[in-house]
Design a protein around this ligand. Structure first.
Ligand code: HEM
Ligand code: HEM
Length: 125
């Protein structure tokens, strides 16, 4: 794995370690307040980033474009902001809600960008 593909897989592993640590903390403390942060770290973080990593590994031409680099950084920064912000919102700090809203929209924009990158590649086969 190289470039954007390797970056996405490293990001996926960081999400998995942080998300599972939070899951364990929730289970041990029997306080599930942060469940949406755990759920999104695992599925939107670990699983989705791993899918991106495999896609860019399978299609090397796609990962060498500037758009792929933008896709990685937009996903990584918005996803991190979304999850860290949501953690604080669920802990009662509602002042960071605008950050969570902006990061959510950017996270969605990153997925739209991925569709622009991936669909033509898939159409070509
Ligand atoms: C160390 C391993 C893990 C622990 C201790 C753990 C713990 C938990 C706990 C305590 C909940 C809250 C359940 C509730 O409040 O109803 C939860 C929910 C959830 N977990 Fe984990 N988890 C682990 C690994 C994973 C993994 C590997 C994934 C996915 C790849 C995952 C995905 C989810 C999802 C999607 C939910 C939300 C389920 C729902 O909507 O009811 N978890 N987990
Ligand atoms: C723009 C990004 C996203 C936003 C704003 C968002 C928002 C939400 C909201 C508001 C809920 C309901 C939470 C609740 O009832 O407590 C939810 C649940 C859930 N979402 Fe997302 N989501 C996003 C992306 C994703 C992605 C990409 C995935 C999976 C790949 C995902 C998987 C889930 C799952 C498994 C649940 C149920 C677990 C839970 O209740 O926390 N979400 N999401």
């Amino acid at each position: 794995m190289q470039g954007v593909s390797r970056n996405f897989f490293a990001l996926a592993i960081i999400y998995a370690v942080c998300g599972m640590a939070l899951g364990l903390h929730m289970a041990i403390s029997q306080d599930h307040t942060e469940m949406p942060v755990h759920a999104h770290a695992m599925v939107a973080g670990w699983l989705t980033s791993a899918v991106f990593a495999v896609f860019y590994h399978l299609f090397p031409a796609a990962r060498e474009t500037r758009l792929a680099t933008i896709h990685f950084w937009l996903t990584a920064l918005s996803g991190t902001g979304l999850l860290v912000g949501l953690y604080f919102v669920l802990a009662g700090n509602t002042a960071v809600e605008p950050l969570v809203a902006i990061c959510s929209i950017l996270f969605f924009a990153a997925m739209l960008l991925f569709s622009i990158i991936a669909l033509p590649v898939l159409r070509k086969g």
